[in-house]
Design a protein around this ligand. Structure first.
Ligand SMILES: Nc1ncnc2c1ncn2[C@@H]1O[C@H](COP(=O)(O)OP(=O)(O)OP(=O)(O)O)[C@@H](O)[C@H]1O
Ligand SMILES: [Mg+2]
Length: 294
């Protein structure tokens, strides 16, 4: 069974999709893992990064998205879920085949509507809304888990906010990477998401859990060199939350990696001067995930 890795933060624009795609490419290229990215966000940024606008639109029109999968299979036994997945995605080439190296379950603009519909359909059966919410979340979690059979690593790119799918992803994840901007507000966002990930009520409850036992780890993104205030803030946050030693600097090459290109390239070409930072991040995040040999 795959390791499920959620990339999540309730805050928008902190680099969740960027981190998801970078980790996916790194795990495939440097650990030889079979990697699937599940795009849970209506903005579909991870999908656009991995297959481009046309590729995503084709998937949308042929009903090969996460929303279609959930809608089609919600009340049925999920089998052959692979038909919803785009293989050989991403613009990093496999050195032998020249194909993209990761797989993608594309996102959908309808993701929120579908979740609403599933909720309403269940609620009509006369159940208490809280029970229905728990059931919908549980079902989404099990449906996502099916993909774990075919991959070593499944990366869940979460939307900002708290949709059923995001909550299901947090439930399912073996680990959660929480990217954040090193600013004052981020502390509050991390305090809040950490209670949800650890399934406790308050930050004090989280504080009682040893770092080594927490499922989440924070990743400073958009880090600027030689910024004393930022460094101080990060040191302070590291007292309360497990923090990766690697960090992603604010770099044009990271911003450019957002743009999918038809021509496939090597990791060096794709990530340029971000490469050493991605190598460090890869080593830290994936060191504990064994490669399953066929
Ligand atoms: N380290 C970085 N250096 C420069 N630009 C970055 C960096 N990380 C992310 N970006 C850029 O910041 C923008 C937001 O990043 P991204 O979409 O990954 O964030 P997000 O958390 O997924 O956003 P959302 O909450 O909307 O899903 C993108 O344009 C991305 O290219
Ligand atoms: Mg995103």
């Amino acid at each position: 069974m795959a390791c499920f890795l959620a990339v999540a933060n309730r805050k928008g624009g902190v680099g969740k999709s960027t981190t998801s795609v970078m980790l996916a490419h790194a795990a495939a290229a440097w650990s030889g893992h079979r990697v699937l990215v599940i795009d849970l966000d209506t903005q579909c940024n991870a999908s656009l990064m991995l297959v481009g606008g046309e590729g995503w639109d084709k998937a949308r029109r042929s009903r090969r998205t996460i929303a279609d999968y959930l809608f089609d299979r919600f009340d049925k036994v999920a089998e052959d879920e692979s038909q919803y997945v785009i293989a050989n995605a991403g613009d990093v080439a496999h050195p032998r085949t020249g194909n993209g190296r990761v797989a993608l379950l594309p996102g959908s603009l309808l993701m929120e509507d579908i979740q609403g519909e599933l909720f309403v359909a269940q609620a009509r059966k006369g159940k208490d809304t809280e029970v229905v919410a728990t059931e919908v979340r549980g079902r989404l979690k099990r449906l996502m888990k099916h993909f774990g059979m075919d991959y070593d690593v499944v990366i869940l790119d979460c939307p900002p906010g708290l949709s059923f799918a995001a909550l299901a992803a947090l439930d399912l994840a073996n680990r959660v990477v929480v990217p954040f901007r090193p600013d004052f507000v981020s502390q509050f966002a991390i305090d809040r998401i950490s209670t949800m990930i650890e399934k406790v009520h308050t930050s004090e409850d989280v504080a009682a859990i040893p770092f080594a036992e927490r499922r989440y780890v924070c990743l400073p993104n958009y880090v600027r060199n030689n910024n004393g205030r930022e460094r101080l803030l990060l040191d302070q946050m590291a007292l309360d939350h497990p923090m990766l030693a690697s960090r992603i600097p604010l770099l044009d090459s990271v911003a450019r990696a957002f743009d999918w290109e038809e021509t496939k390239k090597s990791m060096v070409e794709k990530y340029a001067d971000a490469l050493p930072h991605l190598r460090a991040l890869h080593a830290e995040v994936f060191s504990g995930i064994p490669r399953e040999l066929d």
